[in-house]
Design a protein around this ligand. Structure first.
Ligand code: SPV
Ligand code: MG
Length: 290
């Protein structure tokens, strides 16, 4: 089974697929090593790693090249976050085969206006495009894909935009009718109540995708028990882990006036060299260096 087939089969199996965010190939490799089923090519994480807002500031090329680097590093499926699709349906039609060629197994496209604002920002600018316009973008994505197993996920931002559950359900159904393989429903409420109400009301023709960043109390077994969710995405835990670890280590070195105390607490240089693919290079050296 190739990666696209693996993701497609997971969606059809009814078993919960877990995807961890990554902003570079090393983070993706660590996610795979930890046992996640896939990688989330997060726009938020990549933006954060460039220290810019997640507001359509990085170019498609920057994100696409990172997806290519990630996909060529890991053997698990990559779900690429293409934000609003970098424009209208014409842009989406062009963009989707690029992401397929880069090795992604799915794209998530959200129903906000371009340029977007990030969903979890307090008082962010959350404007939605018309339902018909977004249906056109979904249809453009599904028609443009070369491999029928490549997964197109439509992301409903109606709850994020404060437009309520009826509008969210209406949009989810409309996007399913337009051909979406799954519906990502996002919420920034600090308890799972809003999402649980949506899941209960969801008619369920295609699986749902949840990003429980704001309501972390909802566990994988809780989500699996709902019976309608195919994928859980951990949206920003790689970059938050990296920021926390760097802050702590940098402060310790400044405080101690050197690296003596911190050294034994860090992954060894050997560990990093192994993550860089040392075993593979040794095999290449043995075979080809004469
Ligand atoms: C991302 O990780 O880029 C996402 C999830 O889209 S969120 O940041 O919560 O909108
Ligand atoms: Mg995003």
């Amino acid at each position: 089974m190739n990666k696209n087939q693996a993701l497609r089969a997971a969606l059809e199996s009814g078993k919960l697929f877990t995807a961890m965010a990554a902003h570079n190939p090393l983070a993706a490799k660590l996610a795979q090593e930890a046992g996640f089923d896939g990688v989330w090519g997060s726009g938020f994480e990549l933006s954060a790693s460039y220290a810019v807002p997640d507001a359509s500031i990085l170019s498609m090329g920057t994100h696409l090249e990172m997806m290519r680097a990630i996909a060529s590093t890991v053997s698990v499926p990559l779900i690429a976050d293409i934000d609003t699709g970098f424009g209208n349906a014409v842009n989406v039609h062009y963009v989707v085969p690029q992401y397929e060629a880069a090795g992604a197994s799915a794209i998530v496209i959200e129903d906000k206006t371009f340029p977007k604002d990030t969903s979890l920002r307090t008082e962010g600018r959350q404007e939605l495009v018309r339902i018909e316009e977004f249906q056109g973008k979904i249809a453009a994505a599904t028609d443009a894909r070369r491999d029928k197993d490549f997964v197109v996920i439509a992301r409903v931002e109606a709850l994020i935009a404060g437009q309520g559950q009826d509008e969210a359900i209406r949009r989810g159904i409309a996007y399913t009718e337009a051909g979406a393989d799954a519906i990502l429903i996002h919420s920034k409420q600090k308890t799972p109540d809003e999402i649980l109400a949506f899941v209960r009301a969801w008619p369920g023709r295609v699986p749902l995708v949840l990003v429980p960043t704001a309501y972390p109390q909802l566990t994988e077994s809780d989500i699996a028990a709902l019976g309608k969710v195919g994928v859980v995405i951990y949206g920003n835990h790689a970059i938050r882990a990296a920021v926390g670890a760097m802050r702590q280590v940098f402060a310790q070195i400044r405080r101690d006036g050197g690296i003596k105390t911190v050294d034994g607490q860090l992954p060894s240089v050997k560990d990093i060299i192994e993550l860089q693919g040392d075993n593979a290079m040794r095999a290449i050296e043995t075979t080809y260096l004469r």
